[in-house]
Design a protein around this ligand. Structure first.
Ligand code: ATP
Length: 204
């Protein structure tokens, strides 16, 4: 009997910082898609968000590591942080394909990424290298945003799949950063180890 190919998921983001919205949706997606492993991939820098003040990439990666420590099947991936400079998903997927030649790759992104996806480098290649799944997020299923994207970029028509409604967690890294700056508690919003790391290193 042919052995089943490894199902490898990748969830990219700035993770500035990682929070329970990411973690709950990551685990739900891993289960819904029967992924063997899900890599959480912090960007060194998003080319489309260059103006944003970001915590140091190594620190964002370390927070991802702390958040997934001991959680089977969820792993931090350092490929983009190690590469430095602007992060291009197409390059990362090519690296992953070399590293895991026998795996099927699935890239997960939130509905908000549909607004910019057509401007990512070599999108036509991205959807060849990986299955792309769009995770729901409070504020909409994403179907309108997906229609609009396919009109702007016909090459993507039928290539992205919306995931069935999963958990809707109304939480963003922006809210976490704003609360840290306002000296309000971030307990329950991020794992305790991540909160401790933020305070110890005076991030944000
Ligand atoms: P920011 O507030 O800084 O824009 P963010 O909370 O949206 O950050 P990102 O690191 O940009 O976090 O997100 C990484 C990925 O996780 C994106 O695809 C995003 O859509 C998704 N994501 C973030 N927060 C949630 C959430 N609460 N529910 C579902 N998906 C989420």
């Amino acid at each position: 009997m042919a052995s089943k190919k490894e199902q490898l998921g990748i969830m990219g983001g700035t993770f500035n910082p990682i929070h329970h919205g990411h973690l709950i949706t990551a685990r739900a997606a891993k289960e819904a898609l029967n992924l063997d492993r899900l890599l959480l991939l912090p960007n060194a820098r998003s080319p489309l968000r260059m103006e944003e003040a970001l915590a140091d990439p190594q620190q964002r990666l370390e927070m991802v590591r702390l958040a997934v420590a001991g959680e089977p099947g969820l792993e931090a991936c350092d490929l983009e942080v190690r590469r430095e400079g602007a992060s291009f998903l197409v390059e990362t997927l090519r690296d992953l394909q070399l590293q895991y030649p026998d795996a099927d790759l699935t890239f997960l992104m939130g509905v908000d990424s549909l607004e910019t996806f057509d401007r990512w480098r070599e999108v036509a290649q991205i959807v060849k290298l990986a299955r792309v799944k769009v995770m729901p997020r409070p504020g909409g299923s994403g179907s309108e945003a997906l229609d609009a994207l396919e009109k702007r970029a016909p090459v993507l028509a039928g290539k992205l799949e919306l995931m069935a409604a999963g958990p809707h967690i109304e939480l963003s890294a922006t809210e976490v950063r704003n609360r840290v700056r306002a000296e309000r508690s971030i307990r329950y919003l991020v794992p305790d180890a991540v909160a401790d790391y933020i305070y110890l290193n005076k991030i944000f």
